[in-house]
Write a protein that binds this ligand. Structure first.
Ligand code: TTP
Ligand code: MG
Length: 322
């Protein structure tokens, strides 16, 4: 049966809440995040994004790019409360709501024909209700599966409402960069570029056997499927937490691999504690290292550290640079 999935994602969530709370911030570049010299940007209003400010950027860079910005530490208790309000609205549109983060979710609205004459009208009502009740703006994607719905919600942000129909999917997504495919990060993107694959359309044309030699059979197959807009994953409302982690930002750079190793051990202990507390085991370990912009001296040593033998059987250690 053809499914109808909505992906809803709030626009500039933390920054939009700040602009709602402080009318004098409206229409201005607002940057929310850690304000210490080591802070990072949590998010930025669309006005600030025009100056090149974005999530996860060091706050010092954001200040340089946007000297006239309004910089705020943020009120996380308020953001969580607003998130709860939004999820309460989602639950009025479908019993199948899968939260993805504080401001986004999948809604399986298959067979919700009684609620609205079409999925588009349903999505318009959802957006209107969010706006009325929270004075915030959401972008919505409508599609026959999760992958396409998430992609669609992002296409015309902010205040987007994009529907990708099954019959148009292959053609609609062909011009987009391969990065849009789920699971394609920096490293895969590079490997694909080496094979001359930059767009989803080129992925559609690619020879799967050749792809498999570079990426492995499973990844090659998964990417081929996605490139044709095929994705069978269900919306899982009661999905449990899939990851447990701990991260810290240091006031001063770590100066040696020994120091890095000590911190790593301490982080690993904390994560281990949380895993035991939750009574779960993990399969994949991801390590995120942020390097000082001007200071890359020890990066090779640290790299050697975190690409060492995986800590648990079957674990994959995937370094990701913040
Ligand atoms: P996003 O939905 O990724 O970003 P956004 O809502 O600010 O902007 P948009 O969706 O319009 O592109 O994340 C939701 C919130 O999560 C964001 O407002 C702040 C927080 N966040 C972080 O704290 N750090 C991050 O690196 C990211 C990406 C988000
Ligand atoms: Mg968002």
């Amino acid at each position: 049966m053809q499914r109808t999935i909505l992906h809803v994602d709030m626009d500039a969530f933390f920054a939009a809440i700040e602009q709602r709370e402080h009318p004098e911030y409206r229409g201005k570049p607002v940057i929310v995040g850690g304000l210490s010299s080591r802070g990072v940007v949590a998010t930025a209003s669309y006005e600030a994004r025009r100056s090149g400010v974005h999530s996860a950027m060091p706050m010092t860079t954001a200040r340089r790019r946007c000297p006239d910005g309004i910089f705020v530490q943020g009120n996380y208790a308020l953001y969580r409360a607003v998130s709860a309000e939004i999820f309460a609205i989602f639950s009025r549109y479908s019993p199948l709501v899968e939260p993805l983060s504080i401001d986004e979710a999948f809604l399986d609205v298959t067979g919700m024909g009684l609620l609205a004459p079409s999925p588009r009208v349903l999505a318009q009502r959802l957006k209107a209700e969010i706006r009325e009740k929270t004075a915030l703006v959401a972008s919505v994607g409508i599609a026959p599966n999760k992958f396409l719905a998430k992609l669609a919600s992002d296409l015309e942000k902010p205040d987007g409402l994009v529907e990708i129909r099954a019959e148009d999917a292959v053609r609609r997504i062909a011009p987009l960069p391969v990065r849009r495919l789920w699971g394609v990060g920096n490293r895969t993107e590079e490997k694909l570029a080496a094979l001359g694959i930059k767009t989803i359309g080129e992925m559609q044309q690619a020879d799967e056997k050749k792809l498999a030699r570079s990426l492995g059979r499973r990844a090659a197959h998964a990417l081929k499927e996605l490139s044709f807009g095929r994705d069978e994953r269900r919306v899982e409302p009661d999905r449990e937490t899939k990851s447990i982690g701990k991260e810290v930002t240091f006031e001063h750079d770590l100066e040696s691999a020994e120091e890095a190793e000590r911190e790593l051990l301490s982080l690993a202990e904390k994560v281990g504690w949380r895993l035991r507390l939750a009574g779960v085991a993990a399969r994949t370990i991801q390590l995120k290292v942020r390097r000082a912009e001007a200071e890359r001296r020890f990066s090779a040593e640290i790299e050697a550290l975190y690409t060492r033998t995986p800590l648990v059987p079957n674990a994959t250690v995937s370094p990701s640079q913040g």
